[in-house]
Design a protein around this ligand. Structure first.
Ligand SMILES: NC(=O)c1ccc[n+]([C@@H]2O[C@H](COP(=O)([O-])OP(=O)(O)OC[C@H]3O[C@@H](n4cnc5c(N)ncnc54)[C@H](OP(=O)(O)O)[C@@H]3O)[C@@H](O)[C@H]2O)c1
Length: 231
């Protein structure tokens, strides 16, 4: 697709990977709406990028519905959803609480489903669209302390496969993106404490933009991005 003039909603677009994707799509000539829970962060990022800022929590159904509606109204349409908002909580199984599991699932699974559903209703009606679900290599292989996060990303992979089968019949391209570790403040980490040979947010943004730019007749169902030599 031609990204010049494309209209995109990036959930979790105030920081990290979502912000980098929003920046690249604007550089390509697109209009972008970004959403996140913190009004300060979303407004600051929107001003810096030249995006439309929407304050909202993807895990709240009314917010999920409103963020898609507002995106369509402010940009005059919607062509791409970057379903990126996500959180992580790490703990060994023996210390896991029901609350930790619910918190992660409310954003990473229910939130992704509700925003995806709202965008899909619009895309089916217009018989075109693109959904990129930002998952993780944690959605491909589990690891110690990953019960909540890995389970949520495995669930996102499962939902993506269902949406792909349903929506490609309406010319909607659905892609799962699996980054390995990226140097962001995700999960409360300090960026300066992450191995500097790991990926940066712009690497994921470059990959997402390249895949979207493929002609609409084709799409990439799923791709993973690894740091070349983080050892
Ligand atoms: N960084 C990594 O190593 C890595 C690797 C693989 C996959 N990923 C995935 O990439 C995505 C982005 O991660 P990141 O590293 O860029 O994280 P980040 O820097 O922490 O950014 C996360 C963004 O999501 C927003 N957000 C979180 N919960 C939300 C909610 N319920 N509703 C709306 N917005 C919400 C945050 O803003 P507010 O807090 O203001 O809401 C923020 O804008 C996530 O899905 C993550 O699982 C990250």
């Amino acid at each position: 697709m031609n990204l010049d003039g494309a209209k995109t909603l990036v959930t979790g677009g105030s920081l990290g990977i979502g912000k980098a994707i929003a920046a690249k799509l604007i550089q390509k000539g697109g209009s972008v709406a970004i959403s996140s829970r913190s009004a300060d962060n979303v407004n600051a990022a929107a001003k810096e990028l030249g995006a439309n800022g929407i304050v909202g929590d993807v895990s709240q159904e009314a917010d999920a519905i409103r963020m898609v509606q507002e995106s369509i109204e402010t940009m005059g349409g919607l062509d791409i959803l970057i379903n990126n908002a996500g959180i992580g909580r790490g703990a060994p199984l023996v210390e896991m609480t029901r609350e930790m599991m619910e918190e992660v699932f409310h954003t990473n699974v229910l939130g992704a489903m509700m925003v995806g559903r709202e965008a899909a209703r619009h895309f089916v009606a217009q018989e075109s669209g693109n959904i990129m679900n930002i998952s993780s290599t944690a959605g491909l292989k589990g690891f110690a302390r990953g019960t909540a996060y890995c389970a949520s990303k495995f669930a996102l992979k499962g939902m993506t496969e269902c949406w792909r089968d349903e929506l490609r019949r309406h010319n909607v391209r659905v892609t799962l993106v699996n980054p390995s570790e990226v140097q962001t403040g995700w999960g409360g980490r300090k960026i300066e404490e992450i191995n500097p040979k790991k990926l940066v947010a712009e690497d994921i943004a470059d990959a997402v933009v390249g895949i979207l730019e493929m002609e609409d007749r084709g799409f990439v169902p799923e791709f993973s991005v690894f740091a070349t030599n983080p050892f």
